[in-house]
Write a protein that binds this ligand. Structure first.
Ligand SMILES: [Zn+2]
Length: 160
């Protein structure tokens, strides 16, 4: 089962935003497909981490044992699927990452830290952008403009 994470946001004076580097942590809540148990806290996965996986897979970004039914489930980030969210996408949902899920379904996402934003005219890179509050405000000194990310929403879609 492949699940795409889509985000929708408003960008002010920004070309694009994207998860920064392989260490970026995707914080998810997952439901076990076997028994329906949901992880109580957010669990994270990143491209930079690989674990030996069950079900004949060589490795996965995240391997976790369901607390209720004890089944070993796994989730892998498809590296090629990671995309930036651009000004053209603003106000519309766009898939920015796809998870290959075995035995789990993502049910919630927490954006948190580690995003990178690029100034529209200046190309200024803002790193370590924090989207925990689902909005971010700064000032692009080179362009003399305020920059912001607001109204950040997310949803999951099934991908074939
Ligand atoms: Zn379970």
């Amino acid at each position: 089962m492949k699940t795409g994470l889509q985000i929708c946001a408003q960008l002010e004076n920004l070309q694009e935003i994207q998860p920064e580097g392989e260490d970026f942590r995707w914080y998810l809540k997952l439901t076990c497909c076997n028994c329906g148990e949901e992880t109580q806290d957010y669990v994270y996965c990143s491209l930079g981490e690989n674990h030996p996986a069950p079900h004949g897979r060589s490795s996965a970004s995240l391997v976790l044992k369901c607390k209720l039914c004890k089944r070993e489930n796994s989730l892998d980030i498809l590296a090629d699927s990671v995309a930036s969210y651009t000004l053209e996408d603003a106000g519309r949902f766009k898939t920015i990452v796809i998870f290959d899920c075995r035995g789990v379904t993502p049910v919630d996402f927490s954006p948190r830290v580690g995003w990178e934003a690029k100034g529209l005219e200046s190309g200024t890179i803002f790193s370590e952008v924090d989207l925990k509050e689902r909005e971010w405000f700064d000032y692009d000194e080179k362009a003399g403009q305020s920059v912001s990310i607001t109204e950040l929403k997310h949803q999951f879609i099934s991908v074939k």
